[in-house]
Design a protein around this ligand. Structure first.
Ligand SMILES: Cc1ncc(COP(=O)(O)O)c(C=O)c1O
Length: 442
């Protein structure tokens, strides 16, 4: 194990992302090994991963097939330029991914993160309209409390206030639909709430009339609200949104960075909700997060608009040095094979009801104001301590960690996202650790 007395004075240089640096460095949580469902800390403590890393390691940690694929690829070819050169496995992975999406979602553009996927998708949408002679369609509509990564495009359409307020005027021409969840009506709902989705979508119709459809390029949503605390929109919401956007020639972008690859027990949320968006953003589970990777899946009409609308040369002036990086691609092919061969999605389908029952057993425990769930994802709202936003949820997160389980806190919420191969044993351990935690905090 790492000698902590030597470690502690070396934590200063790393400016940690989305972390209270001072608090963390005073009381660090340092992971050293990961295998299967568990992390091992530098102190040798075993921590059950109740959050799939960061919604991303659904197969668990250190799967031998993924490790081997990365090792083999590193020895075979470490890097090749994705501009004007290709490597066969990248084309293979693109096909494996495209085949899992409905309708004509046939074309895959590789990125290295969810944030890059979102900015790529937004540029694709604006470019698509211009290629078709509708260059006035530049507006982008997101949603209150939406999270679409941290690029300027993503925070502009995103609706989490702290992620936006420090960073100036952001992209012009963005607007935000209402948050599609009302705890006064839907608290403790199992699965999708049954409210009328038009309660939340009527304002989109008003917005479209206000701006005129000819100025709007795309609407972007998370099919299930993730980072803001795991909230499930009402039944039929995504279908109605698809109808409205289609009627007005507006592209629908579904940000499936969290819901892609098994979180709902299906390859993606588009399949789960029976909706065919124009563009889908992916990352995280695409390769189980062993190497950074993201992707954008575009409908044939989007791809064709660029390809057929360009006489010669580059059709889409966009890309990354590390798009389709060989190590990311190799781990992607391995992860995609594991999802299939080991029945990972089927495990979520089989255990989702058990998970639902387990998390809803937290109803009635101290400070638990709401429990929500879908597939292998759950959100809790923890009663705020006076005017201290997030303080009690952060204490619940720490107490759960002290009980040997990793979950996530954001604001007044706790989110749980078990590894997709979890059994009843892991589910019970996660829920027990949270239960104990809410009973110890004050
Ligand atoms: C829906 C959604 N979009 C985008 C992102 C950003 O992904 P990344 O952190 O890989 O940039 C996230 C990350 O959690 C996400 O949940």
């Amino acid at each position: 194990m790492t000698d902590m007395s030597k470690m502690n004075n070396r934590l200063d240089a790393f400016w940690m992302p989305f972390t209270p640096n001072a608090a963390f460095k005073a009381n660090p949580r340092l992971m050293q090994f990961a295998s299967g469902f568990y992390y091992t800390t530098t102190e040798g403590r075993q921590i059950l991963d109740g959050f799939s890393g960061l919604w991303c390691s659904g197969i668990g940690h250190g799967h031998p097939k993924i490790t081997e694929a990365i090792q083999k690829q590193a020895a075979e070819m470490d890097y090749s330029s994705p501009f004007n050169f290709g490597h066969p496995k990248a084309f293979e992975l693109a096909e494996v991914i495209a085949n899992q999406f409905p309708g004509d979602l046939d074309h895959v553009f590789f990125t290295n993160s969810g944030s890059e996927s979102v900015d790529t998708a937004l540029k694709m949408a604006i470019g698509y309209h211009r290629m078709r002679g509708e260059g006035s369609r530049t507006r982008l509509i997101g949603r209150v409390n939406g999270y679409h990564g941290v690029g300027f495009g993503g925070i502009s359409v995103g609706g989490m206030v702290n992620n936006r307020k420090f960073f100036g005027s952001l992209l012009p021409g963005t607007d935000h639909m209402p948050f599609p969840y009302d705890p006064t009506v839907s608290a403790f709902t199992r699965g999708e709430p049954t409210e009328d989705p038009m309660k939340y979508l009527a304002e989109l119709e008003t917005m479209i009339t206000l701006h005129d459809p000819s100025t709007i390029a795309a609407v972007i949503v998370e099919p299930v609200v993730g980072s803001a605390g795991m909230f499930v929109p009402p039944k039929g919401y995504l279908k109605r949104l698809r109808d409205i956007t289609k009627k007005h020639g507006i592209l629908l972008i579904c940000d499936e960075v969290i819901t892609g690859f098994g979180r709902l027990g299906t390859p993606n949320a588009a399949t789960y909700f029976g909706v065919e968006p124009d563009i889908i953003t992916l990352a995280k589970g695409i390769n189980n997060a062993a190497v950074p990777m993201g992707a954008v899946v575009a409908g044939k009409h989007v791809y064709d608009a660029f390809i057929n609308g360009t006489q010669a040369g580059v059709e889409f002036f966009h890309g990354y040095t590390y798009s389709a990086h060989p190590l990311a691609v190799a781990s992607g092919l391995a992860a995609q094979a594991v999802y299939k061969e080991e029945g990972v999605y089927e495990n979520v389908q089989a255990k989702a009801a058990y998970f639902e029952e387990a998390v809803h057993s937290l109803k009635g425990e101290p400070f638990v104001e709401d429990v929500r769930n879908i597939g292998f994802a759950a959100g809790l709202t923890i009663t705020q301590d006076g005017d201290k936003i997030g303080a009690r949820a952060a204490a619940v997160f720490q107490a759960t960690y002290d009980n040997g389980v990793m979950v996530r806190a954001n604001g007044n919420t706790i989110a749980i996202a078990p590894i997709l191969t979890s059994t009843e044993v892991e589910i019970d351990r996660i829920v027990d650790a949270v239960k104990k935690a809410v009973n110890t905090v004050s």
